[in-house]
Design a protein around this ligand. Structure first.
Ligand SMILES: Nc1ncnc2c1ncn2[C@@H]1O[C@H](COP(=O)(O)OP(=O)(O)OP(=O)(O)O)[C@@H](O)[C@H]1O
Ligand SMILES: [Mg+2]
Ligand SMILES: [Zn+2]
Length: 562
């Protein structure tokens, strides 16, 4: 008994059946009809998107007894032999295993003979980028001026590895990755041919796992049919594919929205305990966040959102929980985590760290908004520490800004509203916002407000402060528990231990924050938002956190030890 896998069984036999590559198949059809077929082609693109398939259809189109035609009959001996891969005049060469100069010399010999039966002698060189430099050089002359009635098709997943001398002798077609809808529809069609009943969620899971490759989609379909029989249900299919249930993904996103770090870590622990591959989970979370980001920008109905139609409503709801900025930041963090996990001995730790960053990313954003508020007053920017001491405060708005700062910080203590909710203070005009959120604006934005006091306590930017600022409380536990208030909100309590003693120290703390921002230590800075006080001892700055914020002290300490 010989079983032919679905991907081979349903290989398109005419140009019209090749999904999603209309531009290429259209051009080739026109070239055939106009008698302008080139003697060398490069077909490049990701795995399983139709390169070999199109090469074979082109070969059939040229050699069909009824041709050359854009619609080969598929029945004549030439068509049938080409489809089966055993035509005497269409030679498929695997360059991965025939990569040397000897094989190419042999090929050059073969080219010199006319086709045995058909119109053209066609060489399909698969994985062409694997040829050695000598082999490419040996091919150059033949590719430049091949004998009449011969044609070369070089298929490769890595076109950039082909020498430019080869590229310039061929017409180059780039095959694109296929869209969600294109793969989904093809899978549906194949299921109908195979009398398999599949629910939408099941096919959606397979389509997403295919990641744009039709062959991957069809191979996975084969796998789930082998496992589930002729009735495909979403839950079972996800299990077979090792794809995380969508409720779990949604659960993680909801916990991130709620700022519930504990819940996020627990969910991750459950996944690991159930044997899910964490790399897969990260990839899926990334895909979901990408879909949320697109849904937020283009609407959940957009075809760019790659999910089944039944999932769109849920996706739209989730998208409303986050701001566009948040989602873009999440996307960035997860993409980075995904690639880090690939090369790490401790992929789980990377994922946990990334998820913690997502949980805290909203707080980081609020600090940016805060700095934007400070920046929008338009006060003259002075270099740090340049202001003369003991002069009257030149900024009449200073008390107002302090109040805004205190509001902003104290709002972080509670669960906090979703970022998508309108901010309490009106958003600053764009022009004013720009300097405060661009890569290096933080120090001026803060120093504008706090210049007066910096010279006394805060070390100058780039000076020893950089080292001492990182010297956090060595115990990891909060130095002096402070029950209420926050860094700037506690300004009035100057007698309290651990709280900033004077406006100078208050300003110094702000400067340390600004310094860290300048060094792009965004994570550190988000930890510093939770600082309630500090003290300088033996040239080191010790930060104080509230008891239940000891997590941030640990993060700082870990960073310092790196
Ligand atoms: N665009 C497509 N339309 C329909 N089916 C496709 C398409 N691309 C791939 N397939 C399916 O996937 C199988 C493999 O495709 P093909 O051999 O053309 O991939 P490829 O691009 O050559 O990939 P590789 O780089 O891995 O060799 C085909 O037999 C076919 O069933
Ligand atoms: Mg191929
Ligand atoms: Zn034919």
């Amino acid at each position: 008994m010989s079983y032919q896998v679905i991907a081979r069984k349903y290989r398109p036999q005419v140009f019209a059946d090749v999904v999603g590559q209309g531009l290429i198949t259209g051009t080739l059809s026109n070239a055939i009809l106009a008698g302008r077929v080139a003697h060398g082609y490069i077909f490049s693109g990701a795995r399983g998107v139709g390169k070999t398939t199109t090469a074979r259809v082109l070969a059939k189109a040229l050699n069909c007894v009824h041709g050359p035609t854009a619609a080969p009959c598929g029945e004549c001996p030439s068509c049938q032999e080409i489809a089966a891969g055993n035509s005497i005049d269409v030679l498929e060469i695997d360059a991965a295993s025939n990569r040397g100069i000897d094989e190419i010399r042999e090929l050059r010999e073969t080219v010199r003979y006319l086709p045995a039966r058909d119109r053209y002698k066609i060489f399909i060189i698969d994985e062409a980028h694997m040829l050695t430099t000598e082999a490419f050089n040996a091919l150059l002359k033949t590719l430049e001026e091949p004998p009449p009635r011969s044609l070369f098709i070089l298929a490769t997943t890595e076109a950039h590895k082909l020498p430019s001398t080869i590229q310039s002798r061929c017409q180059h077609f780039s095959f694109r990755l296929l869209d969600y809808e294109e793969i989904f529809a093809r899978l549906q069609w194949v299921c109908a041919q195979e009398n398999v009943k599949a629910d939408e969620g099941a096919l959606s899971a397979v389509t997403q796992a295919a990641e744009g490759s039709m062959r991957d989609g069809l191979s996975l379909l084969d796998q789930v049919i082998a496992s589930c029989g002729e009735q495909l249900e979403e839950a079972r299919v996800r299990q077979v594919l090792g794809v995380v249930p969508s409720q779990l993904l949604n659960g993680v996103l909801e916990a991130i929205h709620a700022g519930d770090a504990r819940r996020v870590l627990e969910l991750l622990g459950e996944l690991a305990a159930e044997g899910y591959e964490l790399g897969n989970f990260c990839a899926e979370l990334t895909r979901t966040v990408r879909n949320l980001m697109v849904a937020r920008s283009c609407g959940a109905e957009s075809s760019l959102v790659q999910v089944a139609s039944q999932e769109r409503a849920r996706l739209a709801e989730l998208a409303q929980l986050f701001g566009e900025e948040d989602l873009a930041r999440f996307f960035n963090l997860l993409l980075r985590a995904e690639s880090e996990m690939r090369y790490s001995l401790q992929p789980r730790f990377h994922l946990e760290l990334a998820l913690m960053k997502l949980v805290h990313a909203r707080r980081l954003a609020s600090l940016e908004a805060l700095l934007a508020q400070l920046g929008q007053t338009g006060a003259a920017v002075k270099p740090m520490g340049a202001g003369p001491k003991n002069q009257p405060d030149p900024d009449p708005l200073r008390p107002l800004r302090k109040a805004a700062v205190a509001d902003n910080f104290s709002s972080e203590d509670g669960p906090g509203p979703a970022r998508s909710a309108p901010p309490e203070a009106p958003a600053p005009p764009r022009d004013n916002l720009a300097p405060a959120v661009s890569p290096r604006p933080m120090a001026p934005a803060v120093s504008t407000a706090e210049t007066r006091a910096t010279a006394k306590t805060a070390p100058a930017a780039g000076g020893p402060a950089a080292a001492s600022a990182l010297n956090t409380s060595s115990s990891g536990a909060p130095e002096t528990p402070v029950t209420t208030g926050s860094v700037l909100g506690a300004e009035g309590q100057s007698g309290q231990p651990g709280a900033p003693e004077t406006p100078d120290e208050d300003a110094a703390l702000s400067n340390i924050k600004a310094l860290l921002f300048n060094q792009s230590k965004r994570l550190l800075s988000s930890c510093l938002e939770h600082v309630t006080g500090f003290r300088v001892e033996n040239g080191a700055v010790h930060f104080t956190f509230k008891q239940n914020d000891s997590f941030y002290a640990d993060m700082l300490k870990a960073r310092e030890q790196q």
